[in-house]
Design a protein around this ligand. Structure first.
Ligand SMILES: NC(=O)c1ccc[n+]([C@@H]2O[C@H](COP(=O)([O-])OP(=O)(O)OC[C@H]3O[C@@H](n4cnc5c(N)ncnc54)[C@H](OP(=O)(O)O)[C@@H]3O)[C@@H](O)[C@H]2O)c1
Length: 230
């Protein structure tokens, strides 16, 4: 049985990725920063016959990441898939030139340092081969026109893409593939009610990258199971 760890998995796309991987027979570690919300998500999965293991982890907090990695180590098992899903998009994220520096700092700390620190902290547990899936966004594209929305978030996703490429290069010799994915515009708390895609569709390509995509694909950016420009 393969083991997958998904960060920020108590709701939204992360929860749906956990649900879909659970139904595919993965042993799922459901990670979230809030104990109550984590418990509620586990109960939800249990109703569908999925027994997931809880892992409390705030990806914006170094100590919390290290503690979660230690907790995982106690299970004495290897990790086949890490999905770096947790991210924030702050309401005050309106302008880089006029906005408060805190907005960019907080966003990068969670979305970029979070994903990188989690990858590093769990590296010791990875099986070979293994897969890291980075939830990115078309907002981070360097080839699409700038959309004018959530600039700090978009900068953070450009950085996530760059981290993906560098990690893919560095971890190739360890047999770990690393890819970024844009889930599309998805109806979640972050995407809002007007988004075009249901959460099942948003999770489709991340799940494919976690479970099925050829291991020859690494250091790439995907949408709908196809490589897209950075
Ligand atoms: N929805 C879209 O249209 C869309 C489009 C492109 C990319 N994405 C990306 O897809 C991923 C999932 O998005 P979503 O729409 O599902 O977002 P969401 O509904 O806002 O859910 C975000 C999840 O991340 C968790 N989280 C935030 N900060 C965290 C932290 N410091 N530590 C641990 N968990 C944390 C949240 O936990 P709490 O419940 O504790 O807040 C929540 O579980 C993100 O990486 C997002 O950038 C989404």
């Amino acid at each position: 049985m393969q083991t997958a760890l998904i960060t920020g998995a108590n709701r939204g796309i992360g929860f749906e990725i956990a649900r879909q991987l659970g139904h595919r027979g993965f042993s799922v570690f459901l990670s979230a920063r809030n104990e109550g919300r984590l418990e509620a998500a586990l109960e939800h999965l249990a109703k569908e016959g999925i027994t997931a293991e809880p892992l409390l982890m705030d990806v914006s907090d170094k100590a919390s990441i290290l503690e979660a990695a230690k907790q995982f180590g106690r299970y004495g098992i290897g990790l086949d898939v890490l999905v770096n899903n947790a991210a924030i998009l702050l309401r005050s994220d309106n302008s880089l030139s006029r906005g408060h520096d805190d907005v960019l700092e907080q966003t990068i700390n969670t979305n970029c340092y979070g994903a990188l620190r989690v990858s590093k902290a769990f590296l010791t547990y990875f099986n070979t081969p293994a897969r890291i899936v980075m939830l990115s966004s078309g907002g981070g594209s360097m080839t699409d026109p700038v959309g004018g929305w959530a600039p700090a978030y978009c900068v953070s996703k450009t950085l996530v893409n760059s981290i993906t490429r560098q990690l893919a290069y560095e971890l190739h010799s360890r047999g770990i593939v690393v890819n970024a994915v844009c889930p599309g515009w998805v109806r979640t708390d972050m995407g809002g009610a007007g988004a075009r895609r249901p959460v099942e569709k948003g999770a489709e390509t991340p799940v494919w990258l976690a479970a099925e995509a050829p291991l020859s694909l690494s250091g790439k950016f995907f949408r709908d199971k196809k490589v897209i420009d950075w």
